[in-house]
Design a protein around this ligand. Structure first.
Ligand code: CP
Ligand code: NVA
Length: 302
């Protein structure tokens, strides 16, 4: 039986496949034009959390590849009223050709993938955000040509879904990550250990040490959509704000990255967001190009 091509987590992939997806994303970016590769195919998108970039970029990606989309809110579905994930997945598998889901527990997505019978794409869980990091990798490649040997500084929330996917990518693309986070928001020990077996990834609570000589400075919102301890996080993470002085510690050609939405004045200042070092708008646009390539891979066209 042909294996279903799910896109769930970067650590399930080899270098060759991710390279092929990124190379295709670049080809689809320049020149950007309407194509017919996915004519007759429909992607259903289920959102259990809000979204701007993911929703718009996936919807446009399918349309520009000649396919269709259906956008669903988890709350408005029977899923939000007691129907099981497995049954929802089986039903959706009979209607559409691929399923994208943004949800809470990571097990929700693995369960849907086990029962859908069609490709399932992870559009963010509490644990990981692989589509975002593919766009981030493309953005970094555009600036540095290669990811090999780069020094990445992750600053702030160490228990973060975007960071998990960056840790997965480090082992595949051979770059290092220094994570700076307060002790109570340190990365999950099992996730960190697993990633450390494949890449040079260190953790400490020292922001300046992480930033020193970095090629890429990364941060994210202090409280993710699933986090409840917002006030405590604000207190703990205030010393981890990235401002112009912190950027000075990184290499002169360092770039600033953020998956967005950003909370200006919290994890990052306006001066950094709007500086020449900031590549946040490229990251957002690259979601479109990378997701086209991910969709083509899911449909066996890469
Ligand atoms: N970065 C990202 O996933 O943005 P949205 O929440 O707007 O989709
Ligand atoms: N860590 C953030 C990412 C948003 C795209 C969150 O989960 O809310």
């Amino acid at each position: 039986m042909k294996q279903i091509r799910h896109f769930l987590d970067l650590d399930a992939f080899d270098r060759k496949t991710l390279d092929a997806i990124l190379r295709n994303a670049l080809r689809l970016k320049q020149p950007r034009r309407r194509r017919a590769d996915l004519a007759g195919k429909t992607l259903a998108m289920i959102f259990e959390k809000p979204s701007t970039r993911t929703r718009v970029s996936f919807e446009l990606a399918m349309k520009e590849l000649g396919g269709d989309t259906i956008v669903l809110s988890g709350k408005e579905m029977q899923l939000g009223h007691g129907e099981s994930l497995a049954d929802t997945a089986r039903v959706m598998g009979g209607f559409v050709h691929a399923l994208m889901i943004r949800t809470f527990a990571h097990s929700n997505i693995t369960e849907m993938a086990a029962h859908a019978g069609i490709p399932v794409i992870n559009a963010l869980t509490n644990f990981s955000h692989p589509c975002q990091v593919m766009a981030d990798l493309l953005t970094a490649m555009e600036r540095f040509k290669t990811l090999k040997g780069l020094q990445v500084a992750w600053c702030g929330d160490g228990n973060n879904n975007v960071l998990t996917s960056w840790m997965h990518a480090a082992g595949i693309f051979d770059f290092s990550i220094r994570i700076a986070a307060p002790a109570s928001l340190a990365p999950d020990a099992a996730t960190l250990e697993k990633a450390q077996a494949k890449a040079k990834i260190t953790y400490s609570d020292d922001l300046n040490a992480a930033l020193k000589g970095a090629d890429i400075v990364l941060t994210d919102t202090w409280a993710s959509m699933h986090d409840t301890n917002v006030d405590e996080r604000r207190r703990l993470l205030t010393p981890y704000q990235i401002d112009a002085a912190q950027m000075q510690l990184a290499k002169p050609k360092a770039i600033f990255m953020h998956c967005l939405p950003a909370h200006r004045g919290e994890e990052v200042t306006n001066a950094v967001m709007d500086s020449a070092q900031s590549v946040v708008w490229d990251e957002a646009e690259n979601r479109l190009h990378v997701q086209k390539a991910i969709l083509l891979w899911c449909f066996g066209k890469i």
